[in-house]
Structures are given as structure tokens and as C-alpha cells.
Design a protein around this ligand. Sequence first.
Ligand code: TIU
Length: 224
Amino acid sequence: MKTHTLLEAAKPFGFPLSIHSAALIIIDMQRDFVEPGGFGESLGNRVQPLQDIIPTVQKVLTCWRDREGLVIHTRESHLPDLTDCPVSKRDRGNPSLRIGDKGPMGRILVRGEPGNAIIEELSPLDNELVIDKPGKGAFYGTDLHRLLQSLGIDQLIFMGVTTEVCVQTSMREANDRGYECLLLEDATASYFPHFKQSTLEMITAQGAIVGWTSTSEEFLKAIE
Ligand code: TIU
């Protein structure tokens, strides 16, 4: 039988956390998005809001590792020959730097390039899953659902970037596949703070139509 710990302060109502069937999923905390000089900044974005969440993500990750919970890291990345990158994605908006072009941290959003690595502060451990995903969502074009099913996981705790793009898309994909999703609101960021705020609201609206949100403090209290 599953035992639940209720995160009472979660929005829009308590989240019934079941630690042994939950995984922590950290979306795209890769140098391309988070560090100055990467893809995110090349699109004209300010990376500071993304930098600001690093200590919080690190703190939650450390506690979850201490509890021996399953950790999944994702990276938005493409094959070197770009056969998994639609032309529409590469060319949209006629950017000065396109996916696959040489940027300051190697070829942009290409697997194995320095800029595609998870930032050092959150480096995956050998026993943690790393999912390379060609889309914004973590389920599109990946084995994630099959892996989670084989491990008996039905709850996902989300952190990472950016809130309204890859985090929200992945949460919606997970929700449609039957996972209960909790987003840690101070462990996610957007280049556009008002988009982050709206995303938190739209996730929890209509009786948690996509999932729940809570602070990392509330979550840490529940797993201690
Ligand atoms: N990881 C992720 O969100 N990919 C993006 O391209 N996000 C933007 O906000 N551009």
C-alpha cells in the first residue's frame, strides 16, 4: 500500500506526495539556456532570472539525493546531423544564430557540445537518468514514459527552465499520461517573469488542471 505525505500548502489544494513512486525531474538546466553566451542569450534574453534559481534547485536536488529518490535530468538537444530538428524549429524568426551553428560554447543545442552540458552545479550523478529531448516536452521523441512506467513512477516533481516553454510543455505531456505533477515555484524560471507567474496560475487553475505548485521549502519539509 502507498503511503502519502500531504503537502498542505500546495496550490490549489494539498498534494498527496508518495515519495517512493515520485521522481524529481530537472528540465534543461543546461549551459545553452542558463549561462551568458549560450543559445538563450543569443535569442536576446536575460539569463539572470535563470541563474537566480540555481542555489534552490541545488538544495532540493541534494535533499532528494539524500532520500535516495529517483532523479531525472533533461537536455534539449539535437543529433549532430540535425535529422531530429525540424527545419521550422531551426529557421523560426530568422535568428542570427541557429540550432547547429557554432556559438561561443560549441554548436548550439547539439548533443555532446560544451553548451549542451548540464551546468556544473547540478551535474548528474552516474546513477541518474539523463534524457536528451529534441522537443520542448520531455516525452516527445524520448523513452521517458516507458522508463517511468518500468520504475513504477506516477508522480513527477518539476524544477528547471523555462517555466512556460519546456517545463510547462513537459508537465502537460506528463499530465495527459496520468502522472501527478508538482512544480516547485522558486526552482523554476523564465526569461520573462510575467510568463512564469501566468504559467503557475494556469497550471493550478480549474482544480489543478495541469497539476500543483508549491514552494521548495514546503516540499523539503514534507520529505525531511
Ligand atoms: N528549455 C526550454 O525552455 N527551451 C527554450 O527554448 N526555452 C525558451 O524559453 N526559449
